[in-house]
Ligand binder design. Structure first.
Ligand SMILES: Nc1ncnc2c1ncn2[C@@H]1O[C@H](COP(=O)(O)OP(=O)(O)OP(=O)(O)O)[C@@H](O)[C@H]1O
Ligand SMILES: [Mg+2]
Length: 243
């Protein structure tokens, strides 16, 4: 298998240098993600899941350790190179959706496509919006959409740029069960088609769709499960909570 992402002993502390005692949020995480693999991350609120996603994707710098994506040590890139590298290799669905308020749903997706591919394929934008069930509202701006609809625009935007590596932080948090299952199916298929998905979720059924589930606790990977059932994930989360 081809490894697309590797982290070597990464740590992340906040607040060091500002006089306050630093908060150690990630404490030495080593993991890898293969091409074609869906990795899901579960763990209590505050355990460091979003921070890990930000560090793995190069959106935030690590305090120590190394992140390699497609053979490139992303910590060694200057800010311009890093932005270009992310644009060419990564898409991110944020826990907060980060849509551009003045743009319609269509234009939010189209802009991401223009930035990553240099050109806009209008049919592909429409098809990405249709795939998340938003064909009808593509001309609305985020303020005219529900939270769940905004979340689906963010997912369409990530899918439309077709990166090797897609990070999704709680992508179904604002969705009802039907829209949620649809998005999960899209992400699952996306990975099975030979790209990679790393997804944080509080939904243990969603987590069990992963080829691998990482259980985080207190800034560390507390457990790792391969193709687990929902019950396996539940047991691992309970175990992490108790120990
Ligand atoms: N910029 C920051 N400065 C200081 N502390 C931070 C910062 N960002 C995150 N933290 C702290 O790091 C810890 C982990 O936060 P993180 O957002 O990674 O958790 P999480 O596992 O994603 O939680 P949730 O499930 O609630 O989204 C928290 O204690 C948080 O307060
Ligand atoms: Mg989070």
């Amino acid at each position: 298998m081809n490894t697309v992402l590797t982290t070597r002993n990464i740590s992340k502390s906040f607040g060091s240098g500002s006089g306050a005692a630093p908060v150690d949020v990630l404490k030495g995480i080593s993991l890898s993600v293969q091409l074609g693999e869906m990795v899901t991350i579960v763990g209590p609120s505050g355990s460091g899941k979003s921070t890990l996603m930000q560090c793995m994707s190069g959106l935030d710098a690590v305090t120590a350790g190394e992140v390699t994506i497609a053979g490139t040590d992303i910590g060694a890139l200057d800010p311009d190179q890093a932005a270009e590298f992310r644009r060419d290799n990564i898409a991110f669905v944020f826990q907060s959706y980060n849509l551009i308020p003045a743009f319609t749903a269509f234009d939010n997706v189209a802009l991401a496509m223009r930035m990553s591919r240099g050109t806009v394929d209008r049919t592909a934008v429409t098809s990405a919006l249709n795939s998340v069930g938003l064909g009808e509202v593509s001309d609305r701006r985020p303020g005219q959409l529900s939270g769940g609809q905004q979340q689906r625009v963010a997912i369409a935007r990530a899918l439309a740029t077709s990166p090797h590596l897609l990070f999704a932080d709680e992508p179904t948090g604002a969705l009802d069960s039907e829209a949620g299952s649809r998005v999960l199916r899209l992400l699952r298929d996306y990975a099975s088609e030979g790209r990679s998905v790393v997804m944080v979720t509080h939904d243990l059924e969603a987590a069990a769709l992963g080829d691998r589930v990482l259980v985080m606790r207190d800034g560390q990977i507390h457990g790792e499960l391969h193709s687990p059932t929902v019950t396996d994930v539940l047991d691992a989360v309970e175990h992490a909570r108790r120990s």
